[in-house]
Write a protein that binds this ligand. Structure first.
Ligand code: GLY
Length: 439
């Protein structure tokens, strides 16, 4: 296995599929275009939704991309594991009614073992329980021993849709074994385990179904392919690391955060979590702002604010004074400008937006922290929904942040109560607006 940079892997992937008749498109913006059902693009296929359903004609029946993605569904894992991120890049190849399993399965194997040179004995396959066709191709055409192909149910081997309705289908995943010494227990196996030993590197989705509003799965007119391979994860494997934060995609940013905080990485577990959170979030917010998202209280604007504020709090925990996050932007931009020139064009804008938000947050954070400290030390085991809402509404503490801080002290937050307060406030705002119109 030869060392390759993230940029080299990205180029190699796109070229591999261009050589196989794919049109290469640049990453779409993180802001979905004409799609009110999505807040942010979170998968390589998301910009192509109408092509899968047949609602729109694609510019080519074979497309390849490296797509910017933001996912916050499991944000609490970010910083705590070696491979979760809020922002990541997804390498993908797509067939819109063109090729299907018998082409894409051998190609994926060829790319991993020949182009990237991954040792085949480290690769394991999962397929959907009922997918005999995928089994046959993996086993008889590619030559994978039957005992390295695992059948799994819908929870693991079915993908999509990205919102409530849309295209979806059974999938086959390729996993990489980081080695015996990473095992979590004596029965650690790719069949049952999601521990750090097994890296899911590539998901091949056989998009042949449409889930409708009633939850029915109907066959699509054409069979499609949608694959997704996380660039950070494959870079980790190719670069012989056990953490994505140690790849060339993230290390320069992590080093910058260490330099700013005066902390050394890998000295203290809790410090490392904060260092990784700031690293990940600085990269994510830079890309989001570059694509035109600004911090706010609704939708994707709130997602940005929440991510940014989480980074700021972890910076504070490591002794940084606000504003500091905007100082990491140059490192992010310099590391990514070759692949994403728009970041360089938007460098100053990104810094200005971040700095302004930091200054705003600094004022409220100081006041809110006092209230939170009082709540955490008054002896109760739970922060009430009203207090969590007050922290949110008056002091700018995102709920997720309050939950995280409280969790560190073994205290829970009444999230249902919080939601109730939020709903009541929205209703009050609506009533007030109506009153203004009526009077
Ligand atoms: N669309 C495939 C994936 O995100 O895994």
């Amino acid at each position: 296995m030869k060392y390759m940079t993230g940029n080299e892997i990205r180029e190699k992937f796109l070229k591999f599929f261009q050589d196989r008749g794919h049109l290469m498109l640049p990453s779409a913006s993180l802001i979905p275009q004409d799609d009110p059902t999505l807040l942010i693009i979170g998968a390589g296929m998301a910009p192509f939704k109408p092509f899968f359903t047949g609602k729109m004609k694609p510019p080519a029946t074979r497309i390849t991309t490296c797509q910017k993605c933001v996912r916050t569904g499991d944000i609490e894992n970010v910083g705590r594991t070696a491979r979760h991120h809020t922002y990541f890049e997804m390498l993908g190849n797509f067939s819109f009614g063109d090729y299907f399993k018998k082409e894409v399965i051998p190609w994926s194997w060829e790319f991993l073992t020949k182009e990237l040179g991954l040792p085949s004995d480290k690769l394991y396959i999962t397929i959907h329980t009922e997918d005999d066709e995928a089994f046959d191709i993996w086993h008889n055409k590619v030559g994978i021993p039957a005992e390295k192909i695992f059948r799994k149910g819908k929870k693991d081997n079915f993908w999509g849709p990205v919102s409530d309705v849309g295209s979806c289908g059974p999938c086959s995943e390729i996993h990489y074994d980081l080695g015996e010494d990473m095992k979590c227990s004596d029965d650690c196996s790719v069949a049952t385990c999601e521990c750090d030993r097994w890296v899911e590197i590539w998901n091949l989705v056989f998009t042949e179904l449409f889930k409708d509003k009633e939850g029915n799965y109907l066959p699509l007119e054409k069979k499609n392919v949608d694959t997704g391979m996380g660039l950070e994860r494959i870079a980790m494997v190719v670069q012989g690391k056990t953490s994505t934060f140690e790849t060339d995609l993230l290390t320069p940013i992590l080093n910058k955060v260490c330099e700013m905080t005066g902390k050394k990485y890998k000295q203290d577990n809790k410090t490392d979590i904060s260092l990784r959170i700031i690293t990940d979030h600085a990269r994510c917010v830079s890309f989001m702002i570059s694509d035109g998202i600004v911090p706010g209280n609704e939708g994707r604007n709130y997602v940005l604010r929440m991510i940014m504020r989480r980074a700021l709090r972890h910076g504070k925990m490591l002794g940084l004074e606000l504003p500091f996050l905007y100082n990491i932007v140059d490192t992010v931009v310099d590391n990514y400008k070759e692949a994403y020139p728009e970041l360089d064009e938007n460098r100053q804008k990104i810094k200005d937006v971040i700095k302004k938000e930091e200054e705003k947050f600094k004022q409220t954070l100081d006041r809110g922290q006092k209230l939170l400290d009082d709540l955490l030390s008054d002896g109760s085991k739970e922060i009430s929904g009203e207090n969590a809402f007050k922290l949110y509404d008056t002091y700018g503490f995102p709920l997720e942040l309050t939950v995280e801080i409280a969790q560190e002290k073994g205290i829970s937050v009444d999230e249902e109560g919080f939601k109730k307060c939020m709903k009541e406030q929205k209703e009050r705002a609506k009533a007030a607006a109506q009153k203004i119109i009526l009077t």
